[in-house]
Design a protein around this ligand. Structure first.
Ligand SMILES: [Zn+2]
Ligand SMILES: [Zn+2]
Length: 174
């Protein structure tokens, strides 16, 4: 079933087999039997493949970007802390508890910034493809255009990792 990206927020919306998926600008009714009312999203890193999903264990980038990340960067790009290898052992020392708390806060911060990264890159993609001003665009078309105009997953994750670590404004790029 067709989802399309709402350019203003970068999120996919449309009708799914689970129910209606809304974006940030429109309320999504809570889906029964799903941890999260989301079928999938655009990979925020490369925009060329699906990411996320209705499970709490979902990874928030596509498979290729996740594999590059796991091999090189170890960014917390999954929804659940356990999938990001963030956990606390039984009877932790104080430093361990503090490190755990820092990692969790960092994970939430990364998740928030991922959405911002996706939104800015979607706008950039539309500019590169000569589609400025489009408000909504089919998911499949975003995937196709991304493969033509944006860096492939290994480069995309490198750019994302640099921005997440160094902060600052999102590079506008060409
Ligand atoms: Zn929206
Ligand atoms: Zn990706």
């Amino acid at each position: 079933m067709g989802l399309s990206a709402h350019v203003a927020c970068g999120l996919l919306r449309g009708r799914t087999e689970w129910g209606e998926q809304g974006c940030r600008c429109s309320r999504t009714p809570k889906w029964e039997r799903a941890d999260v009312s989301e079928l999938r999203q655009l990979c925020p890193s490369c925009l060329s493949a699906p990411a996320g999903g209705p499970s709490r264990w979902a990874v928030l980038v596509c498979r290729s970007c996740w594999e590059v990340n796991r091999a090189r960067y170890h960014l917390p790009l999954a929804r659940h802390s356990l999938v990001n290898s963030i956990y606390l052992c039984a009877s932790p020392e104080r430093e361990q508890a503090e490190a755990f708390q820092r990692e969790i806060l960092d994970m939430f911060d990364v998740q928030k910034r991922l959405s911002e990264w996706r939104r800015v890159h979607l706008e950039r993609l539309l500019r590169l493809a000569g589609l400025e001003g489009v408000e909504e665009i089919p998911e499949d078309l975003v995937h196709l255009l991304s493969r033509l105009y944006l860096p492939p997953p290994d480069q995309a994750v490198l750019n994302l990792a640099a921005w997440l670590r160094e902060g600052g404004p999102i590079p506008a790029g060409g």
